[in-house]
Design a protein around this ligand. Structure first.
Ligand code: ZN
Ligand code: ZN
Length: 228
């Protein structure tokens, strides 16, 4: 009743929204879901033929156990993420976090135990200073609170200043990110979910997963808003 009288305003088109999100149904219907994806790394695939594992994961299994993603990195999701990161539209982090929470509860972990720890993808100190906040932490905050999972922001540090991955080829990305993370706390036998906004080639989450597994982590899941 309150929602009917005082509807939310859609953050994309500014029309009234009667959903629980700050998005109207019309805009939400245009969110780019991925119909078929690799069950391990979430790379979009053009076929639904089983087994749904991409060639890369079959030949060289990644150091993470699974990537869960909400959407393709396409409009209007691109706009939300870029505005969050570069125009400091922090309300989008809360919105994206709520959308992620729904997937965690209704799909990704409906019949599986939740991780012990949520870890936002760390930013290097120089990047953090320049941006003023870590978008992955802002997305993770409401998730940790609602799911009652420990949020760890000091467990891993980004020790090497890296070039923006988007500017590099796939091979250069792996080189750029190699040795970029140090793990500063005990993670032996922990099940950890890394939270990130966008996963592109997966080399950054792979490098962090390797560092965590080298220190004894049992399982690494990755939760991301968008996959390209
Ligand atoms: Zn709308
Ligand atoms: Zn794969």
């Amino acid at each position: 009743m309150i929602r009917l009288l005082f509807p939310h305003i859609c953050v994309l088109c500014h029309n009234a929204s009667h959903s629980i999100h700050d998005l109207c149904d019309t805009c939400f219907d245009h969110f780019p879901i991925i119909p078929h994806a690799c069950v391990r790394c979430a790379t979009p695939l053009s076929t639904d033929k089983t087994p749904l594992t991409c060639g890369l994961c079959l030949t060289k299994p990644p150091s993470f156990d699974i990537i869960h993603t909400l959407y393709h990195y396409e409009q209007p999701v691109t706009r939300l993420i870029l505005d969050l990161k570069f125009n400091h539209t922090l309300i989008y982090a809360a919105l994206l976090g709520r959308l992620m929470l729904e997937h965690v509860q209704s799909t990704w972990y409906r019949s599986k135990p939740l991780p012990d720890i949520l870890m936002p993808m760390p930013l290097h100190a120089a990047r953090l200073k320049e941006r003023g906040f870590n978008q992955a932490l802002e997305i993770a905050r409401p998730l940790a609170k609602t799911l009652k999972i420990a949020l760890e922001i000091e467990m891993s540090r980004r020790i090497k200043p890296t070039l923006p991955q988007a500017t590099l080829s796939a091979t250069a990305r792996s080189q750029n990110i190699k040795g970029a993370f140090s793990v500063t706390k005990n993670v032996v036998n922990k099940h950890i979910a890394i939270i990130d906004d966008v996963v592109t080639t997966g080399s950054t989450v792979s490098a962090l997963s390797t560092a965590l597994k080298d220190r004894g982590a049992r399982q690494i899941d990755v939760w991301c808003i968008a996959r390209s």
